[in-house]
Design a protein around this ligand. Structure first.
Ligand SMILES: Nc1ncnc2c1ncn2[C@@H]1O[C@H](COP(=O)(O)OP(=O)(O)OP(=O)(O)O)[C@@H](O)[C@H]1O
Length: 512
C-alpha cells in the first residue's frame, strides 16, 4: 500500500490484524493463544512443541512473538504514512489498527517492564517508580496520531501504560509462584488470569479495571496445593494507576497482600486483626490500632485463609464488608470503609458446611461469584510425570541455591521413585513434597505419615500370592491402603465407590 492509496490495509493485512485481535483477546495460558499466533503468522509460524505457554514470551525470547511484533511495527509505519498522505481509516480499519498498536506497544516495552517488575519482586528497587513512561507516551502518541483529533476511548497514555504493565506483572506473579506443566496447572493459571482480567481484555481496559474490587474470589482445593500462592498472585496483579506527575505508580506494586489465617486465631483476635481496635477494647489493647481492612489500599486485597473454619459471628461481619463495604473497629462505634478486594480460601466443602449449619448461605453466595480450584499434586503428576524433577529442583534451589540443587534433585527423584514408588499419592500435596525434600537434604530419607507405599505393595503381592486371605480381609486391607493414600474417609469412600460408613467400619476392625 502506498501513501496515495485510500485504504490503510490490504486484505492480507486485514486478516493479520483480525488474528492479532484474537491473540490479544485470548487467555495467554490456554492453547487458544498459540492457535491465534499460528493463525496470524500462517506459514511463518515456528512450532515450539507446546500447546500452551509455559513461560512468559517476549519479543526477544520467542520467535513467533518477535515476528508478529515486527509485522505490527510495519503496519503502524504504513498507517502513519497513509494518514499523513490524507487517507482516513474506515471504522473497521480503526478497530483493527487499535489491536495492532496495542500488541506492538505491549511487546515493545515488555523487556523494560520485566526489568522493573523482577527487581521489585526480588525485594530490590522501588516497586512504585518507572522511568521510561515519557518514551512510552511518545510511542502511544505516535501510534494514535493517525486518528487526528478523534481519540480512542481508553487510549490515554498513562492508562494504557498501567494496563500493559499490569498484564506483565500478572504474567510474572502467576509464573513465578506456580510450578507445573500439567493441563490442570495450565487451567489454574488460565483461571487466575481470567479472575484478574475477565474474559474480555478490551472491556476490562475500557472500564472494568476499576470495578473488579467488588468481586470477591473464593479459592478451593485440598490442603497444600498452593491456595495462598494463588491469592498472592491475584492480590499483587491488581490494576494500579500510573501517575505521570509523580513519575510512578500510585503505590508500590510489590505490596498490597494482607493475609490472615482465620483458623489460627480466636474470634476477638480475628476481629482485631481485620477491623482494628480502639484502646481498651480488650485486655492488652493499649492503643488504637488499624486492622487489615483499613490498611489495605483500594488496589490491594485482604486474604481470608481457612474461611471454612470461622464462626458465624465473624461471617456476619464479613458479609457486611462484602455487601456494604463497611466495618467497625473493636470497641469503636463509627463505621469505616473497606476499599480493597476480598479473597478467601478453604479446603472444606462449603456447601456441606452450609448443610451442617456451620456456614451461612448468604455469606457463601456473596463469596463464590468467582471461584478458582487448585488441583492435587497426584493428579498433576499423573498427567505430567516429568513435573516431579522440575518441582524437586525448584524446591531444592530455594533451599540449597544454584548448582548444588541440580545434583541433589537427581538424587532426590531417584530416592523418591525407589522408595515411595512412582505412583505415591502425595496426600499432603506440594507441601508434603517440600517436606520430603527437606528430609532428604537433612537425613537422606523421608518417612511419610502413612506406611511407605512401595513396602505395602510388596507385602500385598506376597499376601495375594499366598492365597490365604478371606474376601472380607482382602477388602479390609485394601481399604486401609487406599485410606493411607487418600488421607480422609470421604476421599477413600469416593475412590472405592463405597459409602463412608462402610469405609469407617472396615478401618475400625482390628488387624489380626
Ligand atoms: N504449584 C506450586 N508451585 C510451587 N509451590 C507450590 C505449589 N503449590 C504449593 N506450593 C507450595 O506449597 C506450600 C503450601 O502451599 P499453600 O500454603 O499455598 O497451600 P494451601 O493450599 O493454602 O494449603 P492449606 O489449605 O493447608 O492452607 C507452600 O510452601 C507453597 O509455596
Amino acid at each position: 500500500m502506498t501513501t496515495s492509496s485510500k485504504a490503510w490495509f490490504s486484505t492480507a493485512d486485514r486478516n493479520f490484524a483480525k488474528a492479532i485481535g484474537r491473540v490479544n483477546a485470548a487467555n495467554p495460558f490456554l492453547p487458544e493463544r498459540i492457535a491465534a499466533e499460528r493463525e496470524a503468522l500462517g506459514a511463518d509460524f515456528v512450532e515450539a512443541g507446546a500447546a500452551w505457554n509455559t513461560r512468559p514470551p517476549t519479543a526477544e525470547s520467542h520467535v513467533n512473538v518477535s515476528a508478529i511484533t515486527a509485522r505490527c511495527g510495519e503496519l503502524i509505519d504504513r498507517a502513519v504514512k497513509a494518514s499523513a498522505g490524507g487517507a482516513r481509516p474506515t471504522r473497521e480499519e480503526a478497530a483493527l489498527y487499535e489491536e495492532i498498536a496495542g500488541y506492538w506497544l505491549y511487546q515493545t516495552y515488555a523487556v523494560r517492564f520485566d526489568r522493573v517488575i523482577l527487581t521489585a519482586l526480588d525485594g530490590r528497587g522501588e516497586g512504585g517508580r518507572v522511568e521510561f513512561f515519557p518514551a512510552f507516551k511518545a510511542d502511544v502518541e505516535k501510534c494514535f496520531s493517525v486518528f487526528g483529533a478523534e481519540r480512542i476511548e481508553g487510549a490515554e497514555p498513562a492508562h494504557w501504560f498501567a494496563c500493559a504493565f499490569q498484564i506483565r506483572r500478572a504474567f510474572h506473579n502467576i509464573f513465578r509462584s506456580l510450578v507445573g506443566s500439567s493441563p490442570s496447572m495450565a487451567r489454574l493459571r488460565a483461571e487466575i488470569w481470567q479472575s484478574i482480567f475477565t474474559h474480555d481484555l478490551r472491556r476490562y481496559r475500557r472500564g472494568l479495571f476499576s470495578r473488579l474490587g467488588d468481586f470477591a474470589t473464593l479459592i478451593t482445593g485440598p490442603s497444600g496445593t498452593g491456595k495462598e500462592l494463588v491469592a498472592r498472585a491475584l492480590a499483587l496483579s491488581r490494576y494500579i494507576p500510573y501517575e505521570p506527575k509523580r513519575g510512578g505508580f500510585g503505590r508500590d506494586f510489590a505490596h498490597g497482600f494482607f493475609a490472615l489465617n482465620l483458623a489460627a486465631l480466636s474470634p476477638t483476635l480475628i476481629e482485631s486483626e481485620l477491623f482494628g481496635h480502639k484502646r481498651g477494647a480488650f485486655t492488652g489493647a493499649l492503643a488504637d490500632r488499624a486492622g487489615w481492612m483499613e490498611e489495605c489500599p483500594p488496589t490491594g486485597a485482604v486474604f481470608l485463609d481457612e474461611i471454612g473454619e470461622t464462626d458465624t459471628g465473624i461471617q456476619v461481619k464479613l458479609l457486611r464488608v462484602l455487601q456494604a463495604r463497611t466495618f467497625q473497629p473493636l470497641g469503636g462505634t463509627e463505621s469505616r470503609r473497606f476499599e480493597g478486594k476480598v479473597l478467601a480460601a478453604t479446603n472444606r466443602d462449603l456447601p456441606g458446611e452450609i448443610r451442617a449449619g456451620r456456614f451461612r448461605e448468604d455469606f457463601y453466595y456473596r463469596l463464590c461469584s468467582d471461584q478458582i480450584a487448585t488441583p492435587g499434586l497426584r493428579d498433576q503428576l499423573d498427567a505430567a510425570p516429568g513435573d516431579l524433577p522440575t518441582m524437586v529442583t525448584y524446591i531444592a534451589k530455594r533451599l540449597l541455591g544454584g548448582v548444588e540443587a541440580e545434583d541433589f534433585a537427581d538424587e532426590a527423584v531417584t530416592w523418591i521413585e525407589k522408595n515411595l514408588g512412582a505412583s505415591y499419592a502425595w496426600p499432603g500435596n506440594f507441601r508434603e513434597l517440600e517436606q520430603c525434600v527437606r528430609n532428604l537434604i537433612l537425613r537422606g530419607e523421608y518417612r511419610p505419615a502413612g506406611p511407605l507405599v512401595r513396602r505395602v505393595a510388596d507385602d500385598w503381592n506376597a499376601v495375594i500370592e499366598g492365597g490365604a486371605l478371606t474376601a472380607e480381609e482382602l477388602m479390609r486391607r485394601y481399604t486401609r491402603i487406599v485410606f493411607d493414600q487418600a488421607g480422609t474417609i470421604e476421599e477413600t469412600a469416593r475412590r472405592l465407590d463405597l459409602d463412608r460408613r462402610t469405609v469407617k467400619a472396615r478401618l475400625q476392625r482390628r488387624d489380626d
